[in-house]
Design a protein around this ligand. Structure first.
Ligand code: IVH
Length: 669
């Protein structure tokens, strides 16, 4: 055990030192925290193997030997924060604070964003910036004054001639980070895994010009010895910083108990996606500064504050292999098979590698440790590989020359990065078409997932989209299948029957015409009225439709000249699938009771789907808004209403109604 603990300690030190000397993490924060927690638990269990030099006892860098900058001892150590991850942890913190301050009542808390950058301490003397120091190991940091002078948002002279020390976070705005990575990729340079690594790498550049170029920014959240400046609370000290011209995030909410804190944390958990800087959580601080001394600090962190960490969007793992997938258009794309990890609350085993060019540019190999993240897309992406952790056994990935499913030699259209399987009857492609046909934006057949499609194909029950509507003839065979049973077969067959009522535009979308998604399918449906007319349209007719470009028009035209497609459409027709645009009769003006009124709904509704309620509102002349604002007239509140309700209440101008009240108004009850 002793050996294991020592090895773990060494490993953590290696990662931590690498980060502080090279401004780059070799593993994700989550992985790092996991190792640290493991070490801490072991040290508690086996106190005989504890060490004062353990990373569990030391804040930040353990190795400043190799620094390029002047070392400076902080006047007051720069502490870290202990972390919390759920509501229970927050309540525990609040209880602990209350218990430690037995005599105090009505304690207030300041809630702030936790910026994900690198911490910095700045000293001003008589209103002039004299020195800026990084956190380093918490006791000793690096003098980065020269570089800091290049950050435009940091005032070199304050609005008052005071002497003080402030602490905050240097960040690289997300927009600048994306620009920077794009430039690096184009120049064949290694990309940064995330804005924090990029900020750190930039700040610790010896050439200070680069700082201005890349657009570093900084926000401040702490005034050292604030009580000496006539303020009593943390929130007042933040106002004071702002008054001096120091940039703060503007978010410092004073709240009273854990339920208020939890609500606002939830609110910011959503809202943070729209900010131009990364936040990895929130920080809760006891607001009254006098109480800080009473609560005191541990060796690493104050007892009057705690960080709440949002679920990580980025983690590190290993690439075990690469699978080349054939999509419905024949496009062949690489997918990384990963050592399973947890990411934003789900287990992840695969991540997209986009295309071969991306693999080459990012130099990603099988066996590599990689950063993966969930961005706006639901499918996780491989961000970058960590070269420093290679041991020579990694394997270069090569691009296939034949289709991985049907072995037909692949083709590449000129100027395109993707390779394609040109075989129209490639089983991979057909599977893709079927998966797309049953998917949500298309025929939306509930319970018909990609696994079932795969199975049905393998068993020969379906070969094309028309066969789906003949599955009912295989009822008995289906019931015999593993994991299917009578009930699920019933559900599946019902869902298939129900899909016959899908509107014409959804059916058009489901056909999978190249370049035609759900929005353009709507345009085609409206303009053509029915499929026969659409099939007759010339390329010119098609380009006349607003929103349909040359490429789309040609694709639609070609699609309907393909005999196989014509046969499939006839098959679908014979099963009663809808190929005609429903004529929605407009209500007479006097019945359009919502004319001129705006609506928004929040939470789960009992009687409508999201689309149904929107359609109902529009039918009655109302307009749907996407967010709470001064322009909103009605907020319809369902179960488990979230931040929109709170915001509407705060505004005070919005009429808040229940789903039942809404139904009464529109005469549905
Ligand atoms: S307060 C003693 N407030 O998070 C007070 N820290 O995990 C310590 N951080 O070292 C800091 N946003 O680098 C504080 N609003 C905020 C913060 C914040 C980000 C960073 C800071 C700190 C680390 C702790």
């Amino acid at each position: 055990m002793k050996k294991y603990i020592e090895e773990l300690r060494e490993k953590i030190k290696k990662y931590s030192d690498y980060y502080y000397t090279n401004s780059e993490s070799l593993i994700s924060d989550v992985e790092f925290d996991r190792l640290l927690v493991e070490l801490k638990e072991l040290e508690e269990k086996y106190p005989e193997y504890k060490s004062v030099e353990s990373p569990t006892e030391v804040v930040g860098a353990t190795n400043l030997r190799d620094t390029k900058f002047q070392k400076v001892t902080h006047k007051k150590p720069m502490l870290s924060l202990s972390n919390s991850y759920n509501e229970g942890d927050i309540s525990d913190f609040i209880e602990r604070v209350k218990k430690n301050l037995a005599e105090e009542k009505g304690i207030e808390y300041a809630l702030e964003l936790k910026l994900d950058g690198l911490s910095l301490s700045i000293q001003y003397e008589n209103g002039r910036l004299v020195r800026a120091v990084t956190r380093g190991d918490g006791a000793i940091g690096e003098d980065v004054t020269e570089n800091i002078l290049e950050i435009e948002s940091i005032p070199k002279v304050l609005k008052e001639s005071v002497s003080l020390e402030i602490r905050g976070e240097v960040v690289l705005p997300i927009s600048k980070f994306e620009e920077l990575n794009k430039r690096r990729l184009e120049a064949g340079e290694e990309v940064f895994a995330n804005p924090r690594n990029a900020a750190s790498g930039t700040l610790r550049q010896l050439d200070s010009k680069i700082i201005k170029e890349r657009g570093l920014d900084a926000y401040f959240y702490f005034l050292v010895d604030a009580q000496n400046y006539g303020v009593k609370t943390h929130s007042e000290s933040i106002d004071y910083l702002a008054k001096l011209g120091i940039k703060t995030t503007g978010v410092c909410e004073v709240l009273k108990d854990s339920s208020e804190l939890i609500k606002r944390i939830e609110y910011w958990g959503e809202k943070r996606e729209s900010l131009d800087y990364e936040t990895d959580g929130m920080v809760i601080k006891v607001n009254e500064i006098e109480l800080w001394e009473k609560l005191g600090n541990t060796t690493k962190s104050p007892r009057w504050a705690i960080a709440f960490k949002f679920p990580a969007k980025q983690v590190t793992t290993k690439i075990l292999g690469v699978t080349w997938q054939v999509g419905r258009t024949g496009k062949i794309t690489p997918v990384a098979e990963l050592e399973e990890v947890e990411l934003s609350g789900s287990r992840v085993k695969r991540a997209s590698l986009h295309n071969y060019q991306e693999i080459e540019r990012k130099d990603i190999r099988v066996g590599d440790s990689v950063f993966i993240e969930k961005a706006a897309e639901i499918i996780p992406q491989v961000v970058k590989s960590v070269r420093e952790l290679r041991d020579g056994s990694e394997m270069i990935i090569s691009e296939p020359t034949t289709c991985p499913i049907c072995n037909t030699p692949v083709e590449r259209e000129s100027g395109q990065v993707d390779i394609k399987c040109p075989n129209l009857t490639c089983p991979g492609k057909i599977e893709g078409e079927l998966i797309y046909f049953v998917s949500r934006d298309a025929m939306n057949i509930a319970g018909f997932g990609s696994k079932i499609v795969e199975n049905m194909l393998k068993l020969g029950f379906i070969q094309n989209i028309v066969d789906i509507y003949e599955l009912k003839n295989h009822r008995e065979d289906l019931e015999k299948l593993e994991k299917m049973g009578k009930k699920s077969v019933d559900n599946l067959l019902n869902a298939i029957e129900n899909s016959k009522t899908r509107e014409y535009s959804k059916v058009l979308c489901a056909l999978g015409i190249p370049f035609i998604g759900k929005t353009s399918a709507k345009l085609l449906a409206q303009a053509s009225g029915n499929i026969d007319r659409l099939m007759e349209m010339s390329v010119e007719d098609l380009t006349q439709i607003e929103g349909v470009g040359d490429k789309m028009a040609q694709a639609v035209y070609d699609f309907f000249r393909d005999e196989e497609k014509i046969r499939l459409i006839a098959g679908l027709k014979s099963h009663g699938i809808c190929f005609e645009q429903e004529v929605v009769e407009e209500l007479p003006q006097e019945e359009r009771v919502f004319t001129g009124k705006t609506f928004l709904f929040t939470g789960t509704l009992k009687n409508f789907t999201r689309n149904e309620i929107k359609e109902e509102i529009e039918k009655l002349g109302g307009k749907n808004l996407s967010a709470v604002s001064k322009n909103l007239d009605y907020l319809i509140v369902g179960e488990k209403a979230g931040s929109k309700l709170k915001k509407a209440q705060e505004l005070g101008t919005v009429k808040i109604i229940s789903e039942e009240e809404f139904m009464e108004i529109c005469g549905k009850k």
